[in-house]
Design a protein around this ligand. Sequence first.
Ligand code: ADP
Ligand code: AMP
Length: 219
Amino acid sequence: MDLILLGLPGAGKGTQAEYIVKEYNVPHISTGDIFRAALKNETPLGLEAKKYMDAGELVPDEVTNNIVKERLQEDDVKDGFLLDGYPRTLNQSEALKNNLQDLGRELDAVIYLNVPKEILIERLAGRYICSNCGATYHKLNNPTQVEGVCDNCGGTEFHQRDDDKPETVEKRIKVNEEQTDKLVEYFNNEGVLVEIEGNRDPKDVFAEVKEILQGKTLN
Ligand code: ADP
Ligand code: AMP
């Protein structure tokens, strides 16, 4: 099952990815997570990416495309993958298409989570992350079941993302908005786009994701 989760920042890609990974056991490839891990380890890639992430801009296509190309050659993706936050530009979409062609595989679905912009700002402002396992929560919409304890791993340390500050959030949404419309059109033309109303309870969104994925098995 080769899948893409498409949507603006805060649309719920990471949240749905957590559900999808648990249910279908498919590796989750988030370019944002890859950049944040590189930054944490202070690698040259991380330091390069930081400049763009702090400004709410996109990391250059060439850098991002190479990372995904390498990641898709790893052994654990041979039966499927879930891409989250990639592709984000038409250039990345074309690069992915060529990559998949070389690997002799095809996308099964591109799931577009559509959420109004005003809602996204509120979601990003309230987002917090488990510092141990990376699970995503929201202060109001999606808190931990026990206050201060991660549902997933029991961790008790949480943080907010640096780029979820209000100044950066607006910029990120704007930058991604321009690209996302083009990607929706691109994948529609490719015949793989499925749009989901993302402004609902995460469990209801996932129920629809499952309907879409019904009948699609691991490659
Ligand atoms: P993305 O990965 O697309 O940037 P996230 O999955 O991190 O988005 O979600 C952004 C914020 O919105 C998080 O705080 C998350 O808990 C919350 N959230 C995710 N899905 C929903 C939903 N369907 N309804 C309300 N809040 C949501
Ligand atoms: P995300 O975790 O998906 O919200 O991504 C966080 C940041 O990482 C973005 O604001 C970009 O700066 C960078 N990034 C993540 N994915 C991509 C991508 N596919 N192309 C370019 N930049 C990206």
